[in-house]
Design a protein around this ligand. Structure first.
Ligand SMILES: Nc1nc2c(ncn2[C@@H]2O[C@H](COP(=O)(O)OP(=O)(O)OP(=O)(O)O)[C@@H](O)[C@H]2O)c(=O)[nH]1
Ligand SMILES: [Mg+2]
Ligand SMILES: [Zn+2]
Length: 314
């Protein structure tokens, strides 16, 4: 679908700024500064853009379509490691990563840790959103949540179904550029629908999953009514941060970062080095054993991926 061209000529140097709502290969759905939504094609093969990117575009009158010409410098960038072990951009310009979890499907806290690590290393805010407050977490899971709270990570409890906690959530998200991330089925899209009324994802972006229910297939940015933006993203089975983005000393684990300055060796990896302040804190119970295990797993994954990466490239 092509919006009517603006009265400006294709040669105009002042091409309008736009926001990427959905990116799909060489095509993007954009929102122009005046609020119009258009579909645009990348002007060059090496233009890389994702949901949340700010871009320059121009209407190419000759071909009757919008062209995405340039991607503005990103304020933040969230990267993951893809199935081939390569670094892949997930979303741009986020100020807050919201990891959504619920009593069902059973939460994978190791994955939550890796999201938090990625957000920390990318210097964006992060919080947990415990949806389906109408259901109960298992005692072990509540313990895990309490450990996050003790680390200063905020946890908002809500229910897209009952409406509980949504006013506080709206207040927390106001003015932020947020992405909802997490496992499939935790209720990210359900929350989006109540936070952004009338935001039913366009037909074609909803696929029937094997279980016969709708699942999100592409990240999509929506304007929040109170200001800011919300990106609904497809559920994941796993998430690994891009290794090149991980801060080498603590890998984005706040409690490791806190104790690391007292390790004997400046390059301590906190695995089995002597006089490691992090290991001492784990032994003393000052660092959660589960969180430390999570740290160890990410350390191991990072080592494996570095091993696999071709020389000179990461
Ligand atoms: N009990 C309960 N169920 C909910 C709540 N919110 C959402 N659900 C249900 O959870 C299921 C999954 O919701 P979705 O919003 O599609 O989950 P999602 O996180 O977007 O899933 P993906 O798009 O696959 O990543 C649906 O059946 C919802 O009705 C809630 O607060 N309570
Ligand atoms: Mg969804
Ligand atoms: Zn150490």
């Amino acid at each position: 679908m092509i919006a009517p061209p603006t009265p400006r000529s294709a040669a105009s140097p002042a091409s309008p700024a736009a926001l990427v709502l959905v990116a799909h290969g060489a095509t993007a759905r954009l929102r122009l500064a005046d609020g119009t939504e258009v579909t645009a094609r990348a002007a060059g093969r090496d233009l890389q853009f994702v949901c949340g990117d700010e871009v320059q575009c121009v209407f190419d009158a000759q071909h009757g379509q919008w062209q995405l010409q340039r991607v503005e410098a990103r304020r933040t960038a969230l990267y993951r490691t893809n199935a081939r072990g390569q670094s892949e951009l997930v979303a741009a310009n986020l100020t807050l990563l919201v990891v959504v979890l619920a009593p069902s499907p059973a939460p994978d806290l190791f994955m939550v840790d890796r999201y938090l690590a990625a957000a920390s290393c990318a210097r964006m805010g992060a919080m947990l959103l415990a949806n389906k407050a109408d259901e109960a977490f298992a005692p072990q899971e509540e313990l895990g949540l309490a450990e996050y709270a003790a680390l200063g990570i905020s946890i908002c409890r809500c229910s897209a179904r009952s409406g509980a906690g949504l006013d506080a959530l709206r207040e927390r998200l106001r003015g932020e550029t947020v992405m909802f991330a997490g496992q499939s089925g935790v209720g990210k899209s359900s929350l989006l629908r109540v936070l952004v009324p009338g935001s039913d994802a366009p037909v074609g972006e909803l696929l029937r999953s094997a279980e016969g229910r709708h699942t999100t297939s592409a990240a999509h940015l929506y304007a929040l009514p109170g200001g800011g933006a919300l990106i609904d993203s497809p559920g994941v089975r796993d998430f690994a941060p891009a290794i090149a983005e991980l801060e080498p000393r603590a890998l984005g684990f706040a409690e490791v970062e806190q104790h690391a300055p007292r390790c004997r060796f400046a390059d301590c990896q906190h695995l089995k080095e002597p006089h490691c302040a992090v290991l001492a804190a784990v032994a003393a119970g000052a660092i959660s054993a589960r969180r430390y295990e999570s740290y160890r797993r990410l350390r191991r994954l990072r080592a494996q991926l570095l091993e696999r990466a071709p020389r000179g490239r990461r």
